[in-house]
Design a protein around this ligand. Sequence first.
Ligand code: ATP
Ligand code: MG
Length: 348
Amino acid sequence: MAFKQRVFSGVQPTGNLHLGNYLGAIVKFVALQQHYDCIYCVVDMHAITVPVNVWGGPDVLRKSTREVTAAFIASGIDPNKHIVFNQSQVHQHAELAWVFNCVARMGWLNRMTQFKEKAGKDRENASVGLFAYPALMAADILAYRATHVPVGEDQKQHLELTRDIAQKFNKDYAASIHAHGYGEAFFPLPEPLITGPATRVMSLRDGSKKMSKSDASDYSRINLTDDADAIAQKIRKAKTDPAPLPSEEAGLAPRPEADNLVGIYAALAGTSKEAVLREFGGGPFSSFKAALVDLAVAKLGPIGAEMTRLVADPAYIDSVLGEGAARAQAIAADTMKAVKDIVGFVRR
Ligand code: ATP
Ligand code: MG
């Protein structure tokens, strides 16, 4: 059976949104609106999988949820043409996640690097939710039977797990799926969309670590709400090496910090690393960094300003989320009814 093409992706309302989230995910969300029906979700249920002092508690969660929504809209996502909502308003995510908890295997989840990284050394003390995170993520996507999922490189493994869950569900329940008129497969195997020069934006302080909301140093990341001065300071202080920029992309391979800055420039300018090196190769970092500051301020400044304007009106943001949730739920409820029939849950 051919599945209706649909895009789904989510961003957690934890900490400050940064350039990695923007270039790795949000820029792609915006572009995909032209050719697909898109559903973009603020995944607040994922946010509470880490300790409460890390996600910040109820007031911070509400604030961050509205901030991520504002970032979506400020970046160019149209909540009227597409769907923007927060996960906890559509209970089918949690319901389908339970079914997927029973489809996914311990061995599969044990291999997830995000769990290992976030749980750290004290795994016994990590929440059960952090371990089960990928099953909820699979439910987020498959509640809409989405076919395409734009994400950063760090989410590739979770997308593979989503496909494994979809495939095992389709196989375990094949006879019931067929008997209920859904043909050979009920769930599509969603494709990750991980493309472009900035699928993994690295920390500005350490080229071996991904730029992250949770890094203790604010100098490691550029936040979407940073003003021009902060952006300029962070780029000027960004770690580099003493050699001039190479003229060929191959020259970036052993130089993670240079590679990262060139990738950021290329993504912000909507071009390739090769094209950036044609312009700046052979030159010193100082002039390249100055150009990068100008470009970053020009691109991010208006988004930060619009975010500030939008979050000043929480009633508007909440109405966007509420209307989006109602539209999302209409789709997810149909999926969940079918899943109940397929699994054998008696329903009204
Ligand atoms: P956390 O540390 O709380 O997991 P995060 O920065 O990873 O925060 P998420 O909400 O988990 O943010 O991810 C949102 C999207 O941003 C995902 O598609 C993820 O792949 C992408 N993303 C996150 N960090 C980067 C990065 N450094 N470079 C490119 N994409 C990224
Ligand atoms: Mg993450």
